[in-house]
Ligand binder design. Structure first.
Ligand code: GLV
Length: 311
């Protein structure tokens, strides 16, 4: 019997959407052997960012596998070439999470510039001795420049919210080009050199791995902040930890890490970095919408129709 394997417990609407095809669930795939055993005979996989889908998984699934529906917009966890070689469809979940990630990015910007994590830790530790004129003063956003590296859906939605904070936007790209949504596009180096906040919104690919390395960080202003909601490996985490420790930049807010859930040990000791456990799209509304879009892709392919959001 055909079945769909999901690697996370999904909202009840998903089983209903897929019916009459059976939805099986394994919670989390940190146990690779359990994952390989569970995929056997599946017609479709609904995978999470933590699932590496490669030849080993495709072999284990067997010839009945028709679609790998990643419940994420990023798909660096999929070996898309290997999937395509076998004539299997791969899909992701663009658009439905754009707003949630953009909102979260602004939360991170505010958290690091206004030292919210540091202040919260201090209160909980009993370290608050009373109001102070120059106590935990942060950096104001109004009048500052936000450099957004990556003018895709999420980068542009982050930019759209900038006017609410009176923040000027400059996009950074491989090639400077025409304005995007009324904002200039400059070289990445120029954006790093001139921005007060730099926010990363590029996918992880060979050409973006360690895009932000020691050299790139060295271009940033000593007063600048780095925000990463994209993928951990876009930043050289060790180089960033060094720079933050030496206060070569003012701070960082990170929602993604090179070896999740492991965080570079130096970062854990620093007050000028906000550390978050990969929550960019984590709202009930958005996670439901992501799962529903992935399920619609599965349903379409298993019914012999074109997927909604193919890779
Ligand atoms: C989450 O990281 C995603 O790519 O959707």
């Amino acid at each position: 019997m055909a079945f769909v394997l999901a690697t996370a417990a999904l909202p009840p609407s998903i089983a209903a959407l897929l019916a009459p095809i059976e939805l099986r669930t394994i919670a989390g795939t940190t146990d690779r052997q359990a994952f390989l055993a569970a995929v056997r005979g599946a017609s479709a996989l609904m995978t999470m960012v933590t699932d590496r889908v490669d030849d080993e998984v495709l072999d284990a699934a067997g010839p009945g596998l028709r679609i790998v529906a990643n419940v994420a917009v990023g798909y660096d966890n999929l070996d898309v070439a290997a999937i395509r070689r076998r004539g299997i469809v791969a899909t992701n979940t663009p658009d439905v999470l754009t707003g949630a990630v953009a909102e979260f990015t602004w939360g991170m910007i505010l958290a690091v510039t206004r030292r919210l994590g540091e202040a919260e830790r201090l209160v909980r530790a009993g370290g608050w001795k009373g109001w102070g004129f120059d106590f935990l003063t942060g950096t104001e956003l109004a009048g500052k420049q936000l450099g957004i590296i990556g003018a895709g859906r999420i980068g542009r939605d982050v930019a759209r919210r900038a006017s609410a904070f009176d923040v000027r936007v400059v996009f950074g790209g491989r090639r400077p080009g025409p304005d995007v949504d009324g904002h200039p596009v400059r070289s990445i180096d120029e954006v790093l050199q001139t921005s007060d906040i730099v926010s990363l919104h590029v996918p992880l690919r060979d050409d973006t791995r360690h895009l932000i390395d020691a050299r790139a960080i060295g271009l940033m202003k000593p007063t600048a902040f780095l925000i990463n909601t994209a993928r951990g490996a876009v930043v050289d985490e060790a180089a960033l930890a060094d720079a933050l420790e030496a206060r070569r930049i003012a701070g960082a807010a990170l929602d993604v890490f090179e070896r999740e859930p492991v965080v570079h040990p130096t970062l854990l000791t620093l007050e000028n970095v906000v550390l978050l456990p990969h929550l960019g799209s984590a709202t009930v509304e958005t996670r439901t919408a992501m799962a529903e879009l992935a399920a619609k892709n599965v349903k379409a392919v298993l019914d012999g129709r074109a997927p909604l959001t193919p890779l």
